[in-house]
Write a protein that binds this ligand. Structure first.
Ligand code: PLP
Length: 398
């Protein structure tokens, strides 16, 4: 009954975990969710107010597929002001979340069997999105001991005549890596040399705590002409539910992406478009305060994790996740239950300490769990106490 393409796709672990958490909360459990990739803040009021005004003014109809001109202009100004990139409105498309921009870009570029490079650990959606678009994910390793930096050598080793694109996430989910100018130059040079595209997912741009965020397309015109820059308002503006994403890139690619949108979503929600203009052009105090709170959480979490027996984590420089090596606990047991994988450890932590973390299997990180620090410091502290306590009950198998 189901197509081969759909059968090849793994279910989205985030959605499964969300259902599980809801079920446990309904059963009265005091769950702390450290799996969620969403700010624990409300959308700033001036943004919501702009949306309310849009509804009251009757701005509730279809819009142009690529988004209204004023929004694309606001995005163009943002790209120029913050990233040193120059894109006119017709090289910009607005999408239902960055997710739609990514899948549209993949569908635009990939023929059946084309290869897409994905540095791993990676955001779990990428490989499945590549498969949905008919492409083949090709994994490029990055290592904790190198702070998950992307090595041009490792990347070049994986390039073949079928390489069509690289999916670059900067800052990275789940590793927290923020790539230096040298790294981006080397990666960009490979794209030019081997003639592939860079889909640069910059959704965590504003959540850079160490190092400087650089948009890869700004490095050189040759790189810009092969880059589709993806961004959105979900993370930095606490607007996950509004579903505002966008892409900027070469005109023929953006035009093709618009055709895909015209047959799938028609347009980004009209009210969200007005809210997005206010977010991009309006005051930034709220988003700076959020960033500061995440940064405090990050410092606390990193210090605390590295005091817990058997755990280790690099200090994430961006986004709001920490990837924690838990392999010390593989082979340990409680009662007759032996822990062998991140998935089994995450299930144990959920049952024993009612803390939800995401198992590394979701990110091609077989020794790790991912902890999101987009939560209150108080909840993070409590969760870490509970995790430490649960881990201390695991024993060697004799
Ligand atoms: N890209 C990355 C790396 C993400 O982690 C996420 C969400 O978790 C997204 C894109 C999706 O963003 P949006 O809500 O704009 O679809």
């Amino acid at each position: 009954m189901l197509s081969k393409r759909v059968q090849a796709i793994d279910p989205y672990i985030g959605a499964e975990l969300r259902d599980k958490i809801e079920e446990l909360r309904r059963a009265g459990k005091d769950i702390i969710a450290l799996n969620i990739g969403e700010p624990n803040f409300q959308t700033p009021k001036h943004i919501s107010d702009a949306a309310i005004k849009a509804i009251e003014a009757g701005f509730t109809k279809y819009t142009p597929v690529q988004g209204i001109y004023d929004l694309r202009q606001a995005i163009g100004e943002k790209l120029s002001r913050e990233n040193g990139l120059s894109y006119p409105p017709d090289e910009i498309t607005c999408t239902t979340g960055a997710k739609q921009a990514i899948i549209n870009a993949l569908m635009t570029l990939c023929d059946e069997g084309d290869e897409v490079l994905i540095p791993v650990p990676c955001w779990g959606s990428y490989p499945e999105m590549v498969k949905l678009a008919g492409g083949v994910p090709v994994y490029v390793p990055t290592e904790a001991k190198e702070d998950y930096n992307l090595s041009a050598k490792h990347l070049e080793d994986k390039i073949t005549c079928r390489t069509k694109a690289l999916l670059l996430t900067n800052p990275n989910n789940p590793t927290g890596a923020v790539y230096s100018k040298d790294t981006l130059e080397a990666v960009g040079a490979l794209a030019v040399k081997h003639n592939f595209y860079i889909i640069s997912d910059e959704i965590y741009e504003h959540l850079t705590y160490e190092g400087t965020f650089i948009s890869i397309a700004s490095i050189h015109e040759d790189i810009r002409s092969r880059t589709i820059t993806i961004n959105g308002l979900s993370k930095a503006f606490a607007m996950t539910g509004w579903r505002v994403g966008y892409a900027a890139g070469p005109k023929p690619i953006i035009k093709a992406m618009n055709i895909i949108s015209s047959y799938t979503t028609s347009n980004l929600n009209s009210i969200s478009q007005i809210a997005a203009i206010e977010a991009l052009n309006g005051p930034k105090e709220d988003i700076l305060a959020m960033k500061q709170a995440f940064d405090e959480n990050r410092k606390y979490l990193h210090e605390r994790l590295n005091t817990i027996n058997g755990l280790s984590s690099t200090r994430a420089k961006g986004a709001f996740y920490m990837l924690v090596d838990v392999s010390y606990y593989f082979g340990k047991k409680i009662g007759e239950r032996v822990i062998r994988t991140p998935g089994e450890l995450a299930a144990y932590l959920l049952e024993h300490s009612q803390v939800v973390v995401t198992p590394g299997e979701a990110f091609h990180a077989p020794n790790h769990i991912r902890i999101s620090y987009a939560n209150s410091l108080e909840q993070i502290r409590l969760a870490m106490d509970r995790i430490e306590n649960s881990l201390s009950e695991l024993r060697e198998v004799i």
